[in-house]
Design a protein around this ligand. Structure first.
Ligand code: FEO
Length: 168
C-alpha cells in the first residue's frame, strides 16, 4: 500500500508533470512563432515526454492500490525574452521538478514506502538526464551568443536532438 503522505505527493507530481508538458507546448508555440521550427519540434517532443511521465505515475498509483487524480493545470508562461530565455526557463523548471522528485524519494523512505521508493528511481535518473540535456543546449547557446547567425545552425541541430528516453 502506498503511504498516505506519499500518495498526496504523487498526485502533486502528476500535476507538475502535466504542467511541464503544457509549459513545453507553450515554448514550442513561442519558438515556432519566432521562426525557430527546429527548437519548436524539440519542445514538442519534450511536451510528449512529460505527458508520458505523468501517465507513468497514474499507472503506478492504480497498480499499487492508490487513487490517481486528474489535475487542474495552471497557465504556463507564454512569453519569453529570447531563444536563450526559453531554454533557461526550461532548465530552471527542471531543477524544481528534480527537487519535487527527490522529496518524494525522501518521504517514501522516511515513511517506509519502499515500493514507491523503488518506483521513483526511474525518475531520479530521468531528471539527471533532463537537466543535462537543457544544460548542454544552454552551453551551446552561450558559445554562439556573439554570432547571431549561428542560431540558425543550432535550430537545425535541435530538430534531431532528443533525450535518452525518447530514443528507447
Ligand atoms: Fe518530467 Fe522534465 O520532468
Amino acid at each position: 500500500m502506498i503511504n498516505d503522505k506519499v500518495l498526496v505527493l504523487l498526485n502533486d507530481q502528476i500535476e507538475l508533470e502535466a504542467f511541464s508538458s503544457f509549459q513545453y507546448l507553450s515554448m514550442c508555440a513561442w519558438l515556432e512563432h519566432q521562426g525557430y521550427p527546429g527548437a519548436a519540434q524539440f519542445m514538442a517532443r519534450q511536451a510528449d515526454e512529460e505527458m508520458m511521465h505523468m501517465k507513468k505515475i497514474f499507472a503506478y498509483l492504480t497498480s499499487a492500490g492508490g487513487r490517481a487524480i486528474s489535475p487542474a493545470i495552471r497557465k504556463p508562461q507564454e512569453e519569453f525574452d529570447s531563444f536563450k530565455d526559453a531554454f533557461e526557463t526550461a532548465l530552471n523548471h527542471e531543477k524544481k521538478v528534480t527537487e519535487a522528485i527527490h522529496n518524494i524519494v525522501y518521504e517514501s523512505q522516511n515513511n517506509r514506502d519502499f515500493t514507491t521508493f523503488n518506483f521513483m528511481q526511474w525518475y531520479v535518473a530521468e531528471q539527471l538526464e533532463e537537466e543535462n540535456l537543457f544544460a548542454t543546449i544552454l552551453n551551446k547557446i552561450q558559445l554562439l551568443e556573439k554570432d547571431n547567425s549561428s542560431f540558425y545552425h543550432l535550430d537545425m541541430e535541435l530538430a534531431n536532438l532528443q533525450g535518452q528516453t525518447a530514443k528507447n
